[in-house]
Write a protein that binds this ligand. Structure first.
Ligand code: AGP
Length: 611
């Protein structure tokens, strides 16, 4: 996610802002920028790349002043570049803004502003906000009132900080869906994305709520409601964390933080891409016309590791919901095979990092043969994102833990949207589309309910800490999740796990069953539930221990197994979004219990850029 730091007080702002950006680096970024009120002029410096590059640039022309804003950008719209880095400006370059979030209706707002004569320099949604505020201010309103007027027209998520030359000594900020915190010092005040940027200066903080706007000056701060201007009394709190902990927001590991970010990640992946009342999904970046999409006869997914398992879920989704045949191939295998890709085939590469060597190579080979390749990726400006002919960004924010969790969740969410998009061009009805989207919008809350069971799952893990391995078993939508869950366990706890389609057990793996070789079944009440139950009975008959992931209140399942982890019900195609969460937590707690390096497991890299 992007990082924001703003300062107004009696000290030089630039060193505080640069130090703050460095404390926010862990959030991941691809460019950085700063704006300081230097005497009566807003001076801005911004640079693609690391913060050091920005420091080198400002050392030549050092901004002096006692108030400023700064930003590290994790690109969502517009690729990483000096131009697209924040702050962004209005027409006169007298108003500057830094933003963390996604403005869903920025295109529509931009059209209106263009008609009013505003001139844009970038493709970013943030620049639209700068011009919208300028348009509201129109030389009359206070900075706070003009920001409030603009934000009332905005749909989407934001954490913003704004300065303009006509209001020196003031910084206005606002929050909706992105983190923001006010730092309270002696004759100085701060705004930041999180407290890690504030700790050297103050531990006294105020947490504004969503839909609130803030003004800070050297001596004071106020919080108002964006909708009706009413002043909000927010209590002063004291930060107890140290800066290392704060980077993980109080979580012991980035992986756990990222598992707990998943409800918000799904919302970000969906944002601006569904029309619930029409039962439609909108994926702007595919660069295929609806007519071309209607002709799709086959989909080919290429990926590695966890992204491959997401692609497998995509296969079940698109075949079930759109009636289109899907093939999934390991990028590392397919690149050496004879490639048979007919016309009317949609080819996708799926990659969180956008830099995986095998995935990159297979994409280049397919393009060499004259086919278009689309991407499902997380890093704007990554090689795959830049070299594909279009695609969809998953907006999961930077994933620091080597074991992919929230990116996997966002990949599946995007694949649900793709299945609806394709399906509604085929024979998926309006009602079916509405049902899927309604169920999808309910998933974040259902994941929250599962996350509350983390301690219970940890207690189950304790019982199996010393086993020599596991069988993970799932059927239909559960099979790719069994594979993904087994991979999570192996890669961070080094405990062996083999995953099979349930129906395959009797063809050999059943021979492995022993008391200290437990089986973990995915058994939600779906179209294959009865079949899965008979597989559970087969293991039970051979004295195998059984852990099951099943629906809340499934008493008969609870009686059959040694441990039941309960999840809420959802429609069958969306089950993977829920069943994977207990397996992520299971792997996490096993790794912690076995004192493994959760975020940096042995032998592995976050992005496999070598073959
Ligand atoms: C998953 O937890 C692993 N880190 C690994 O399998 C990963 O999914 C794989 O290397 C693909 O990475 P990508 O999505 O960045 O291409």
């Amino acid at each position: 996610m992007c990082g924001i730091i703003a300062y107004v007080g009696q000290k030089e702002a630039t060193p505080i802002l640069i130090d703050g950006l460095k404390r926010l680096e862990y959030r991941g970024y691809d460019s950085a920028g700063i704006a300081v009120m230097d005497k009566k002029k807003l001076v801005c410096q911004k640079k693609k790349g690391r913060i050091q590059a920005l420091e080198d640039k400002i050392s030549v022309d050092y901004p002096e002043g006692k108030s400023g804003i700064a930003h590290t950008r994790w690109a969502t719209h517009g690729e990483p570049s000096d131009l697209n880095a924040h702050p962004h400006f209005d027409c006169q370059k007298k108003l500057m803004i830094v933003h963390n979030g996604i403005i869903e209706n920025y295109q529509e707002l931009k059209e209106k502003l263009l008609k009013k004569g505003h001139k844009f320099k970038t493709e970013t949604d943030t620049e639209v906000l700068a011009h919208l505020i300028e348009d509201c201010q129109n030389g009359k309103l206070s900075l706070l009132e003009s920001v409030r007027c603009a934000l009332k027209q905005v749909e989407g998520t934001y954490g913003v900080a704004i300065m303009n030359e006509s209001n020196p000594g003031e910084i206005v900020a606002a929050k909706n869906g992105s983190p923001l915190v006010i730092g309270v010092g002696d004759k100085e005040h701060f705004i930041a994305s999180d407290v890690s940027a504030l700790l050297p200066y103050t531990r006294r903080v105020v947490y504004p709520r969503d839909g609130e706007i803030i003004k800070i000056t050297q001596d004071d701060f106020i919080v108002r409601s964006i909708s009706d201007r009413t002043e909000k009394q927010r209590k002063l709190e004291k930060v107890e964390w140290d800066s290392e902990m704060v980077k993980k927001k109080g979580f012991d590991h980035f992986m756990l933080k990222e598992i707990f970010e998943q409800p918000q990640v799904i919302k970000n992946a969906i944002a601006g891409r569904v029309i619930p009342e029409e039962g439609l999904a909108h994926l702007g970046g595919l660069n295929y016309s609806d007519k071309e999409l209607q002709k799709t006869k086959r989909v080919l997914f290429l990926a590695c590791g966890t992204a491959y398992y997401a692609a497998m879920v995509g296969k079940y989704l698109i075949e079930e919901l759109a009636g289109i045949s899907v093939d999934v191939e390991f990028a590392s295998e397919y690149r050496y095979k004879r490639m048979i890709i007919e016309k009317d085939t949609l080819v996708f590469v799926i990659s969180q990092s956008g830099e995986t060597a095998d995935t990159l190579a297979v994409m280049q080979e397919i393009k060499r043969k004259g086919h278009k390749v689309l991407g499902v990726s997380n890093v704007v400006g990554s090689t795959i994102a830049r070299e594909t002919d279009g695609g969809v960004f998953i907006h999961a924010g930077p994933e620091i833990g080597v074991a992919s969790t929230k990116a996997f969740m966002a990949q599946i969410t995007v694949l649900v949207l793709l299945a609806v998009k394709l399906g509604r061009h085929k024979d998926m009805t309006l009602k079916q589309g509405q049902e899927i989207i309604k169920a999808l919008l309910e998933i974040p809350n259902k994941i929250e309910a599962i996350l509350e069971q983390s301690a219970k799952i940890k207690a189950v893990v304790k019982k199996y800490k010393d086993v020599k391995g596991f069988l993970y078993l799932g059927r239909k939508f559960g099979y790719p999740i069994a594979l993904e869950g087994a991979l999570k366990l192996k890669e961070i706890s080094y405990v062996h796990a083999e995953a099979y389609a349930c129906g395959e057990m009797k063809h050999g793996p059943l021979a492995l069953i022993e008391p200290d070789f437990p089986s973990l079944f995915l058994a939600p009440k779906d179209s294959v539930y009865e079949k899965t139950i008979s597989n559970i009975q087969e293991v039970k008959a051979r004295k195998g221990k059984i852990i099951a992931v099943g629906n809340n209140g499934d008493k008969s399942l609870a009686k059959m197994v040694n441990d039941l982890i309960e999840i809420p019900k959802t429609i069958e195609p969306l089950e993977p979004l829920l069943t994977v969460v207990p397996l992520q937590l299971f792997a996490y707690h096993m790794a912690v219990l076995r004192q493994c390096d959760v975020d940096k497991p042995r032998n592995l890299a976050k992005s496999v850029t070598v073959e």
